[in-house]
Design a binder for this molecule. Sequence first.
Ligand code: AVI
Length: 315
Amino acid sequence: MQIPITPNDNSKLHHNFVPEIEAGLLAQLPYISPKFLYDPLGSHLFTAITLLPEYYPTNTEKSIFTEYQDQITKAIGTGGTLIDLGAGNCQKAESFFNSLQPSNYMAIDFSVEYLEDALEKLAGKYPSIQMQCIGMDFSKQLIIPKSIAKDRRTFFYPGSSIGNFLSSEALELLRQIKSQANDGGLLMGVDLMKEDSVLIAAYDDPLKVTAAFNLNILRSINSQLGSDFRVEQFRHKVKINRLENRVELYLEALENLTVAWPGNSRTFEKDDLIHTENSHKYTIESIQLLLNNAGFKSTQIWTDPKDYFAVIYAQ
Ligand code: AVI
């Protein structure tokens, strides 16, 4: 396994992200970028979320992958390079290794420590696949190293992670994918709009795993910024925003408090909110429009019987 050190490697994380975090905390409506949810503990907590029965996206996407694996493989073709965006524990990509038989697998994630562990196990299991991983914040810019063959690139972006971007950001990312896919394409999972009760159960689960995942962002920020957030002074809050077609995650202050970090501080009053994540839900029409605007000419779409989730191959 090759682990390239790139300009986006996490070793530079602290230095690079302080101004961005500070700007969010000092904003009139404070916010923290959702990428900070995925520190090593946050990545494990997210994996735990995907095991919750209430968190339907993972199970539903998996059922579509299983049911339509042959059709998906036929659409993509075998061989080439599989580029896994937000690879996490690499399990979803692994489920396609036997059918797609990529010659190269490149795993990209914000949390490189978690990725390295996952990839090390995988490399031993599939010796015929060349594997490498990169720690990259591709929410800013997606740069595929020149060493990766240009032809037959399949970008793999499952889990409806595209939903965590504003539509302008999603459009930009999809444009960057399209421009680097060349004669390949994009296999993507997209969560579809549905009734409130299903969304609330998925994002405010009774075991409080999502609450822990959301609250952990404060510890992740403490280690990036040197701030003194205390998790017990906040609670997880979920709102459904029908106008924007999204689930919104917040942390709500339980009391009046001040958070300090080197060179600055922010006061919160009881009930003040910190916005931590948007999870946009699409319709088939709205995602197709976004893909077309990004330059993709054709799409093949597979859904589940309840139309909860869509898997799309775009070229
Ligand atoms: C990674 N992403 C697609 C998840 C979602 O559903 O938006 C993150 C998540 N947030 C809370 N639960 C899961």
